[in-house]
Design a protein around this ligand. Structure first.
Ligand SMILES: *Cc1c(COP(=O)(O)O)cnc(C)c1O
Length: 353
C-alpha cells in the first residue's frame, strides 16, 4: 500500500506527561483512506490532523454505521517504540466491520497504516512511566442516503493521543455498581463488535453510575439479567476461594485483547481459569461470605483496574479491604513489563514500529 504523506507546517508542542490526561490531546497527523464499492479502498494518506467534512445525511450519523479499535504504542527503555498485539486489534476490527455490514479494511493494511502514522508522529510517544500513545482507528459509512440500503462508501481514519498514566498512584481500586435496568448487549446483537452504538446504549447507565460516585457499571446479560458480562469498557476477572473465574464469551461480550492476554498469563503461571457463566448471585454470595478475594476490570486503557467495592440492589460489599490484591498486581506488573519492553516477551506479543 502506498501511503502519501503531507506534513503539517505547524507542529504542536509536546506536553509534560502530568498534563496529558486520557484522550484529550492529539498528535500532528492522522491517517485517512476512502472506500467505494467501485474503487475499493483508495487514496491512503497521512495528513495534518484536521476536521472532516461529511454530508449531514451520511449514514454514520443516522444509522450508527461505525466501528473502532483502541491500542497503544509504548516507548521502550532503549528509546524504540513498540505496539502490543496489534494484529489482534486489526483482526477484531475486521470482525466488527463484518457484523456492522461495513467494508473490511484488510488487517495487514490497517496495521501498515498504524505503523506508518506512529512513525510520522513518533516524537509524540511519551517516555515517562505509565505513559503511552493511544491509537484510535475507526471506520464509518458515509453514504448520503436516508433510505436503508447498506453501506457503499466509507472512510477509515486513525488518530493518535498521547496519554498519561490512567491512575495517579499506579492502580487505584474503584467502586462499581451492577446495572439492573439497562442492558448493553444481547446475543445476536452487536455486543462482541467494538462499535460506537454499544456505547450509545451504555451511556445512560454509565452517567447514572458516575453521578452516584461509581467509576463504572458491571453489566448483566441482556436476557435474564442474571449473568455477569463485563464492565463499562473493560472485561472482568474474579478470584473466588482460590479459583480464577472470568465470564465466557457468549456473543454479547467484547473479546478483549487484555482479557486474552491475562488468560495466557494464567496458563503460563499454571493457574487454572474457569471461563464460564457466573451469576450475579454467585458473585454476591462470595462477596457476602468473604470468599471473593479479588475482582478486577481488564482492558487496554487502564490495563488492570482492581474493584474495591461492588454494589448490587443497594448493598455494597468491600473487596480485599479496598486494596489492590496480589493477583491484580502480578497481572499489572507482567503486562506492563511486556508492553513497555522492560520484561521478556515470551509470546511475541510486541512489534516494533
Ligand atoms: C475495548 C473494550 C474492552 C477491552 O478490550 P481490550 O482489547 O482489552 O482493550 C472491553 N469491553 C468493551 C465493551 C470494549 O469496548
Amino acid at each position: 500500500m502506498y501511503i502519501s504523506i503531507t506534513k503539517t507546517t505547524h507542529p504542536g508542542t509536546l506536553l509534560p506527561s502530568d498534563q496529558l490526561g486520557f484522550g484529550i490531546h492529539y498528535t500532528d497527523h492522522m491517517f485517512i483512506m476512502d472506500y467505494s464499492d467501485e474503487k475499493g479502498w483508495y487514496d491512503p494518506r497521512i495528513v495534518p490532523f484536521q476536521n472532516i467534512s461529511l454530508s449531514p445525511a451520511a449514514c454514520v450519523f443516522h444509522y450508527g454505521a461505525e466501528v473502532f479499535e483502541g491500542l497503544k504504542a509504548y516507548r521502550r527503555p532503549d528509546g524504540e517504540v513498540q505496539l502490543f498485539r496489534p494484529w489482534d486489534n486489526m483482526e477484531r476490527m475486521k470482525n466488527s466491520a463484518i457484523r456492522l455490514g461495513l467494508p473490511v479494511v484488510p488487517p495487514e493494511d490497517a496495521l501498515e497504516a498504524v505503523k506508518a502514522l506512529v512513525k510520522v508522529d513518533e516524537r509524540w510517544v511519551p517516555s515517562d512511566p505509565g505513559t503511552s500513545l493511544y491509537i484510535r482507528p475507526f471506520l464509518y459509512g458515509t453514504d448520503a442516503k436516508l433510505g436503508l440500503h447498506g453501506v457503499h462508501t466509507a472512510q477509515f481514519i486513525i488518530i493518535l493521543s498521547p496519554v498519561g498514566s490512567y491512575f495517579d498512584n499506579g492502580m487505584e481500586p474503584v467502586k462499581i455498581i451492577v446495572e439492573t435496568e439497562d442492558v448493553r448487549a444481547i446475543r445476536g446483537g452487536t455486543g462482541e463488535a467494538k462499535c460506537g452504538g454499544n456505547y450509545g446504549a451504555s451511556n445512560r447507565a454509565g452517567e447514572r453510575a458516575f453521578a452516584n460516585g461509581y467509576s463504572q457499571v458491571l453489566w448483566l446479560d441482556g436476557v435474564e439479567h442474571k449473568y455477569v458480562e463485563e464492565g463499562g469498557g473493560m472485561n472482568v476477572v474474579f478470584k473466588i476461594n482460590g479459583r480464577i473465574i472470568t465470564p465466557m464469551l457468549t456473543g454479547s461480550i467484547l473479546p478483549g485483547v487484555t482479557r486474552r492476554s491475562c488468560l495466557q498469563l494464567f496458563e503460563d503461571w499454571g493457574m487454572p481459569v474457569e471461563e464460564r457463566l457466573i451469576s450475579v448471585d454467585e458473585l454476591f454470595e462470595a462477596a457476602a461470605n468473604g470468599t471473593l478475594e479479588e475482582a478486577m476490570c481488564v482492558g487496554t486503557a487502564a490495563v488492570i483496574c482492581p474493584i474495591g467495592e461492588l454494589t448490587y440492589e443497594g448493598k455494597a460489599y468491600t473487596i480485599n479491604n479496598f486494596q489492590t490484591g496480589p493477583l491484580a498486581q502480578k497481572l499489572y506488573d507482567t503486562l506492563t513489563g511486556i508492553q513497555w519492553g522492560t520484561q521478556p516477551d515470551p509470546h511475541g506479543w510486541t512489534c516494533k514500529v
